[in-house]
Write a protein that binds this ligand. Structure first.
Ligand code: Z5A
Length: 217
């Protein structure tokens, strides 16, 4: 359990349509209800420059993005977010709530793009030093289910899927497997919630995790 006055770095992960946005809102309400001070951010993004990098990464363009370029831009954005948001907030003893972090790189670039673990781990140390999430909530869902949700949401909003969302199903199966492998490797960091369940069940389990891990703040 985390005690008050110590920063706490909480990240949310999952494949597309797992319900991260929904979960982030539940967590924010819970933190507010406890008067726990928090900083919310997301990756890639979180600062003006990192948000520009996000657009470069997700927008469709004519120029094919090399896998290594994608990897380096993810870490470039992360470096900005750590410098401007995450590290200062943790030093002030705040909870940092981050929608995706480096486990997404291990899952998408490592698993999805098959870049492997080693070079990502090297960049992780370069960019983050010792910094790792204190807790990661992994919303685990079958890629077919998550993508169907993401597609229907995009259709409802009249938008289109972003560049990465347009990958083939086996890409997302590798992403999911890489996430589950990370969770197996770091059981103290990860809390897995079955996000294929109805929203109310997911929400109840989320609140149980928050009480257990952050309840004494
Ligand atoms: N990326 C990467 O490759 N490497 C990295 O290092 C990082 C990121 C950090 C942007 O991420 C992209 O960047 C992402 C990975 C890559 N890949 N893509 N594309 P993002 O997090 O900003 O975007 P996203 O993954 O596409 O998020 P999303 O589509 O917004 O998913 P979500 O937030 O998990 O879903 P949601 O909006 O909460 O829910 C989707 C819909 O499903 C919505 O209508 C909900 O009402 C519904 N929903 C949610 N939960 C349920 C349940 N339980 N039942 C029924 N319906 C539900």
């Amino acid at each position: 359990m985390a005690s008050a006055n110590t920063g706490f770095f909480l990240t949310i992960e999952g494949c597309e349509g797992a319900g991260k946005t929904t979960a982030v809102n539940v967590i924010k309400q819970w933190l507010d209800s406890r008067s726990i001070e928090f900083t919310e951010t997301r990756e890639p993004g979180g600062t003006p420059m990192a948000e520009n990098l996000r657009s470069l990464l997700l927008d469709h363009g004519d120029e094919k993005v090399a896998d290594i370029t994608e990897l380096l831009l993810m870490f470039a954005a992360r470096s900005q977010n750590l410098f401007h948001n995450i590290e200062p907030a943790l030093k002030q003893g705040r909870v940092v709530l981050c929608d995706r972090f480096t486990d997404a790189t291990f899952a998408y670039q490592g698993g999805g793009r098959q870049l492997g673990v080693q070079q990502i781990a090297t960049l992780e140390t370069l960019v983050q030093g010792e910094r790792r999430p204190d807790m990661t909530i992994l919303l685990d869902v079958e890629p077919e289910v998550g993508l169907a949700r993401a597609r229907s949401r995009a259709a409802e909003q009249g938008g289109q899927l972003d560049r990465i969302e347009q990958e083939a199903m086996d890409f997302f199966s590798r992403v999911r497997n890489a996430y589950l492998e990370r969770a197996r490797q770091y059981p103290e960091q990860f809390e897995i919630i079955d996000a294929g369940q109805p929203l109310e069940v997911v929400k109840t389990q989320l609140l149980e995790v928050l009480e257990r891990r952050l309840g004494d703040r």
